[in-house]
Design a protein around this ligand. Structure first.
Ligand SMILES: Cc1cc2nc3c(=O)[nH]c(=O)nc-3n(C[C@H](O)[C@H](O)[C@H](O)COP(=O)(O)O)c2cc1C
Length: 343
């Protein structure tokens, strides 16, 4: 396993069951960093204390063009937080969560405090086992429907986190959303700042970087992946991407759109927790997902999306869900690099 992929080799048998609470909490951070994040920026930092983990937004890893309000950045941190909660339950540790525990400190997103032991139940096993299996899958999906009961489970997960998942299978609505995605692709490709930002985070397959997206995650072979950043940064790839996204969506059984009631950092964390819970449940059922967020990221398309979906809230993420072939994991930073030093 390459060094920058080693984080995925985490073994539950290495859990320090004889160690201190702090040692155990540190082990959980190994699962947090496997969460998805926009452009794989991994925009999180953790501060460990004897009995707690504090999660900070690392705004030095922001994406000011695609994500000017750090909305997706905070969603990503919510996903990392979810992995801590899922793995803590698996290892029988009860954590109490306080969001924005220090008034006025919007970088300190949450404090997770150990409150004692808890019994692991069977329900804790599948999502935990899925943390290392979940990968964003941008390849075509098989022609296989997703069972209605599973989709209902996804909707329930969202509502438990106080957000909404709109599942779209109606072909006409899907077609309207596809048109928005295509428009979004063309607009993003024409935006030089967007292209430069993306190009900085896309790397050749053999790169040793511990963040960003390797070309293989977009289906690029080794040779082509060397030209990927140049292509993204310098050529007008809007039509190509639009055609590709159209095919991907047409070939996916459903789209899922996360919606929140408000559009504040606390809503974004909730979306992140719901997203990762959904993705883990999906992965445990062999279902993969990838994102088509263009209509949420390009402001002029957002209103149109709301009209198409007839929603009053705030659309946050658009995903396609389905059954796909296995894909490779993407790099992660070492946990020592995301733990604040004086802890
Ligand atoms: C909030 C958020 C937004 C994302 N947006 C996109 C997107 O618009 N397009 C895309 O291809 N991937 C998107 N991703 C997926 C990330 O690129 C992916 O999680 C990251 O590269 C790490 O890879 P992994 O999910 O396979 O571990 C998004 C992920 C998150 C959490």
């Amino acid at each position: 396993m390459k060094n920058n992929l080693i984080a995925w080799d985490i073994a539950e048998t290495d859990f320090p069951s004889q160690g201190s609470i702090k040692d155990k909490l540190k082990f959980l951070i190994g699962y947090a960093i496997l969460a998805p994040s926009g452009h794989n920026t991994q925009p999180w930092l953790f501060k460990l204390s004897e009995y707690s983990i504090r999660i900070f937004a690392d705004r030095t890893r922001a994406l000011p063009v695609i994500d000017p309000d750090d909305r997706e950045l905070i969603i990503s941190c919510g996903a990392a937080l979810c992995n801590i909660l899922v793995s803590s339950k698996y290892f029988g540790m009860n954590l109490d969560v306080k969001y924005f525990p220090v008034d006025g400190d919007m970088d300190l997103l949450a404090e997770l405090s150990y409150t004692g032991e808890t019994e692991r139940t069977e329900l804790d096993e599948k999502p935990f086992g899925a943390i290392v299996k979940r990968h964003t899958n941008r390849l075509p999906f098989a022609e296989q429907e997703i069972d209605g009961l599973i989709l209902q489970k996804f909707e329930t997960i969202a509502s438990e986190e106080k957000v909404t998942l709109k599942v779209v299978y109606n072909e006409e609505i899907k077609e309207e959303i596809i048109k928005l995605i295509e428009k979004g692709d063309r607009l993003q490709a024409q935006n030089k700042s967007f292209c430069r930002e993306l190009a900085q985070w896309v790397h050749p397959n053999r790169s040793n970087t511990s963040d960003g997206i390797p070309g293989y995650a977009f289906g690029m072979g080794d040779l082509i992946s060397y030209t990927g950043p140049f292509f993204i940064g310098n050529l007008d790839w809007g039509n190509i991407q639009a055609g590709r996204d159209r095919n991907l969506v047409v070939g996916s059984p459903v789209l899922g759109v996360f919606e929140s009631n408000d559009d504040k950092p606390e809503d974004w964390i909730a979306v992140g927790v719901a997203l990762e819970r959904l993705l883990l449940t999906a992965a445990s059922e062999g279902i993969a997902a990838s994102y088509l967020n263009q209509p949420v990221e390009v402001p002029e398309l957002k209103e149109q999306l709301k009209n198409i979906l007839k929603i009053n809230g705030y659309p946050q993420l658009i995903m396609r869900l389905g059954y796909g072939k296995e894909v490779k994991p993407t790099p992660r930073r070492n946990i020592e690099d995301v733990i604040l030093k004086d802890s």
